[in-house]
Design a protein. Sequence first.
Length: 206
Amino acid sequence: MEDVLEVYQRTYADDEMLVCMDETSKQHIKETRVPLPVKPGEPEKYDFEYERNGVSHLFMLSAPLEGWRHVKVTDHRTKEDWAEVIKELVDEHFPEKRKIVLVMDNLNTHKLSSLYTAFKPEEARRIADRLEIHYTPKHGSWLDMAEIEIGILSRQCLDRRIPDQDSLKREIKAWQDKRNRDGVCVNWRFTTQDARVKLKSLYPSI
Protein backbone atom coordinates (compact mmCIF):
# COMPACT_ATOMS: atom_id res chain seq x y z
CA MET A 1 0.00 0.00 0.00
CA GLU A 2 2.71 2.47 0.99
CA ASP A 3 4.54 1.73 -2.25
CA VAL A 4 1.56 2.91 -4.32
CA LEU A 5 0.97 5.93 -2.08
CA GLU A 6 4.61 6.93 -2.51
CA VAL A 7 4.22 6.73 -6.28
CA TYR A 8 1.31 9.18 -6.08
CA GLN A 9 3.37 11.66 -4.06
CA ARG A 10 6.37 11.74 -6.38
CA THR A 11 7.47 14.65 -8.48
CA TYR A 12 7.81 13.48 -12.08
CA ALA A 13 10.36 14.62 -14.64
CA ASP A 14 9.29 15.79 -18.08
CA ASP A 15 10.18 12.42 -19.60
CA GLU A 16 8.18 10.42 -17.03
CA MET A 17 4.46 9.74 -16.80
CA LEU A 18 2.22 8.24 -14.11
CA VAL A 19 -0.51 6.02 -15.58
CA CYS A 20 -3.09 3.90 -13.75
CA MET A 21 -4.86 0.96 -15.40
CA ASP A 22 -7.99 -1.00 -14.52
CA GLU A 23 -10.56 -3.17 -16.28
CA THR A 24 -14.30 -3.68 -16.35
CA SER A 25 -16.95 -5.12 -18.65
CA LYS A 26 -20.29 -4.08 -20.11
CA GLN A 27 -23.13 -6.39 -21.12
CA HIS A 28 -24.96 -5.34 -24.26
CA ILE A 29 -28.74 -5.13 -23.99
CA LYS A 30 -31.07 -4.87 -27.00
CA GLU A 31 -34.65 -3.75 -26.68
CA THR A 32 -37.35 -6.24 -27.67
CA ARG A 33 -39.99 -3.48 -27.81
CA VAL A 34 -39.74 0.16 -28.82
CA PRO A 35 -39.46 2.37 -25.70
CA LEU A 36 -42.29 4.81 -25.06
CA PRO A 37 -41.11 8.37 -25.69
CA VAL A 38 -40.94 11.14 -23.12
CA LYS A 39 -44.24 12.92 -22.42
CA PRO A 40 -44.94 16.02 -20.34
CA GLY A 41 -44.56 14.92 -16.74
CA GLU A 42 -43.53 11.38 -17.70
CA PRO A 43 -40.05 9.95 -18.39
CA GLU A 44 -39.14 7.66 -21.26
CA LYS A 45 -40.32 4.11 -20.50
CA TYR A 46 -38.57 0.83 -21.27
CA ASP A 47 -40.10 -2.63 -21.24
CA PHE A 48 -38.70 -4.98 -18.59
CA GLU A 49 -37.97 -7.57 -21.28
CA TYR A 50 -34.70 -7.34 -23.17
CA GLU A 51 -32.32 -9.38 -25.32
CA ARG A 52 -28.75 -10.05 -24.25
CA ASN A 53 -26.30 -9.26 -27.02
CA GLY A 54 -22.86 -10.24 -25.74
CA VAL A 55 -20.29 -8.57 -23.50
CA SER A 56 -17.47 -6.13 -24.22
CA HIS A 57 -14.36 -5.69 -22.12
CA LEU A 58 -13.02 -2.25 -21.22
CA PHE A 59 -9.42 -1.34 -20.42
CA MET A 60 -9.17 2.03 -18.66
CA LEU A 61 -5.91 3.94 -18.89
CA SER A 62 -5.72 7.10 -16.78
CA ALA A 63 -2.97 9.68 -16.30
CA PRO A 64 -4.53 11.26 -13.19
CA LEU A 65 -2.04 14.09 -12.84
CA GLU A 66 -2.51 15.13 -16.48
CA GLY A 67 -6.30 14.97 -16.74
CA TRP A 68 -6.09 12.31 -19.47
CA ARG A 69 -7.83 8.99 -19.90
CA HIS A 70 -8.31 6.44 -22.69
CA VAL A 71 -10.67 3.47 -22.84
CA LYS A 72 -9.98 0.56 -25.18
CA VAL A 73 -12.94 -1.72 -25.90
CA THR A 74 -12.15 -5.35 -26.74
CA ASP A 75 -13.96 -8.67 -27.14
CA HIS A 76 -11.88 -10.42 -24.48
CA ARG A 77 -9.46 -9.82 -21.60
CA THR A 78 -6.65 -12.20 -22.56
CA LYS A 79 -2.91 -11.77 -22.07
CA GLU A 80 -2.69 -10.68 -25.69
CA ASP A 81 -5.37 -8.02 -25.19
CA TRP A 82 -3.53 -6.57 -22.18
CA ALA A 83 -0.21 -6.65 -24.02
CA GLU A 84 -1.68 -4.77 -26.97
CA VAL A 85 -3.10 -2.10 -24.64
CA ILE A 86 0.34 -1.65 -23.04
CA LYS A 87 2.06 -1.47 -26.44
CA GLU A 88 -0.36 1.27 -27.50
CA LEU A 89 0.31 3.06 -24.20
CA VAL A 90 4.06 3.31 -24.78
CA ASP A 91 4.11 3.65 -28.58
CA GLU A 92 0.99 5.66 -29.42
CA HIS A 93 -0.19 7.54 -26.34
CA PHE A 94 3.16 8.52 -24.80
CA PRO A 95 5.96 7.72 -27.26
CA GLU A 96 7.99 10.70 -26.01
CA LYS A 97 8.18 9.44 -22.42
CA ARG A 98 11.31 7.57 -21.33
CA LYS A 99 9.54 5.90 -18.42
CA ILE A 100 5.90 5.16 -17.71
CA VAL A 101 5.15 4.44 -14.04
CA LEU A 102 2.23 2.02 -14.25
CA VAL A 103 -0.11 1.33 -11.31
CA MET A 104 -2.52 -1.61 -11.60
CA ASP A 105 -3.90 -4.58 -9.70
CA ASN A 106 -2.19 -7.95 -9.70
CA LEU A 107 -4.54 -9.71 -12.13
CA ASN A 108 -3.17 -12.87 -13.73
CA THR A 109 -2.85 -11.19 -17.15
CA HIS A 110 -1.13 -8.06 -15.78
CA LYS A 111 2.37 -9.50 -16.05
CA LEU A 112 5.40 -8.67 -18.15
CA SER A 113 5.26 -12.30 -19.26
CA SER A 114 2.08 -11.42 -21.17
CA LEU A 115 4.19 -9.21 -23.44
CA TYR A 116 6.30 -12.26 -24.32
CA THR A 117 3.13 -14.23 -25.03
CA ALA A 118 1.94 -11.59 -27.49
CA PHE A 119 5.18 -10.36 -29.10
CA LYS A 120 8.64 -11.53 -30.10
CA PRO A 121 11.18 -11.43 -27.23
CA GLU A 122 13.02 -8.35 -28.47
CA GLU A 123 9.76 -6.42 -28.87
CA ALA A 124 8.50 -7.53 -25.47
CA ARG A 125 11.80 -6.44 -23.86
CA ARG A 126 11.63 -3.07 -25.60
CA ILE A 127 8.16 -2.39 -24.21
CA ALA A 128 9.01 -3.70 -20.74
CA ASP A 129 12.04 -1.42 -20.53
CA ARG A 130 9.72 1.60 -20.75
CA LEU A 131 7.69 0.50 -17.72
CA GLU A 132 8.05 0.79 -13.97
CA ILE A 133 5.23 -1.33 -12.55
CA HIS A 134 3.63 -0.95 -9.11
CA TYR A 135 0.87 -3.35 -8.06
CA THR A 136 -1.93 -2.50 -5.64
CA PRO A 137 -2.11 -4.97 -2.72
CA LYS A 138 -4.70 -7.72 -2.48
CA HIS A 139 -8.10 -6.23 -1.56
CA GLY A 140 -6.57 -2.81 -2.20
CA SER A 141 -7.83 -2.05 -5.70
CA TRP A 142 -9.30 1.20 -4.31
CA LEU A 143 -5.72 2.50 -4.42
CA ASP A 144 -5.83 2.42 -8.22
CA MET A 145 -7.00 5.82 -9.46
CA ALA A 146 -8.18 4.24 -12.71
CA GLU A 147 -10.92 2.63 -10.62
CA ILE A 148 -12.20 6.13 -9.86
CA GLU A 149 -12.42 6.84 -13.59
CA ILE A 150 -14.29 3.58 -14.16
CA GLY A 151 -16.78 4.55 -11.47
CA ILE A 152 -17.39 7.90 -13.15
CA LEU A 153 -17.68 6.25 -16.57
CA SER A 154 -20.21 3.79 -15.17
CA ARG A 155 -22.37 6.54 -13.67
CA GLN A 156 -22.17 9.03 -16.53
CA CYS A 157 -22.13 6.74 -19.57
CA LEU A 158 -22.71 3.04 -18.94
CA ASP A 159 -25.68 3.13 -16.55
CA ARG A 160 -28.22 2.28 -19.26
CA ARG A 161 -28.94 -0.22 -22.00
CA ILE A 162 -26.38 -0.15 -24.81
CA PRO A 163 -27.23 -2.58 -27.63
CA ASP A 164 -23.88 -3.40 -29.24
CA GLN A 165 -20.14 -2.78 -29.21
CA ASP A 166 -20.18 -0.12 -31.94
CA SER A 167 -22.67 1.94 -29.94
CA LEU A 168 -20.59 1.40 -26.81
CA LYS A 169 -17.44 2.66 -28.51
CA ARG A 170 -19.20 5.81 -29.75
CA GLU A 171 -20.65 6.59 -26.33
CA ILE A 172 -17.36 6.00 -24.52
CA LYS A 173 -15.39 8.08 -27.02
CA ALA A 174 -17.75 11.03 -26.55
CA TRP A 175 -17.43 10.74 -22.75
CA GLN A 176 -13.66 10.32 -22.93
CA ASP A 177 -13.07 13.22 -25.32
CA LYS A 178 -15.12 15.63 -23.20
CA ARG A 179 -13.29 14.75 -19.98
CA ASN A 180 -9.95 15.05 -21.74
CA ARG A 181 -10.89 18.45 -23.19
CA ASP A 182 -11.94 19.59 -19.72
CA GLY A 183 -8.66 18.26 -18.31
CA VAL A 184 -10.39 16.66 -15.31
CA CYS A 185 -7.74 15.47 -12.82
CA VAL A 186 -7.99 13.29 -9.72
CA ASN A 187 -7.34 15.19 -6.50
CA TRP A 188 -5.79 12.35 -4.49
CA ARG A 189 -5.33 13.32 -0.84
CA PHE A 190 -4.73 10.01 0.96
CA THR A 191 -1.05 9.87 1.98
CA THR A 192 1.24 7.39 3.67
CA GLN A 193 0.88 9.25 6.96
CA ASP A 194 -2.91 9.02 6.64
CA ALA A 195 -2.62 5.27 6.08
CA ARG A 196 -0.51 4.77 9.19
CA VAL A 197 -3.16 6.49 11.28
CA LYS A 198 -6.48 5.52 9.67
CA LEU A 199 -5.49 1.99 8.65
CA LYS A 200 -3.34 1.19 11.66
CA SER A 201 -5.08 -2.16 12.10
CA LEU A 202 -3.60 -3.37 8.80
CA TYR A 203 -0.04 -2.93 10.04
CA PRO A 204 1.67 -5.72 12.04
CA SER A 205 2.05 -5.22 15.78
CA ILE A 206 5.66 -4.90 16.93
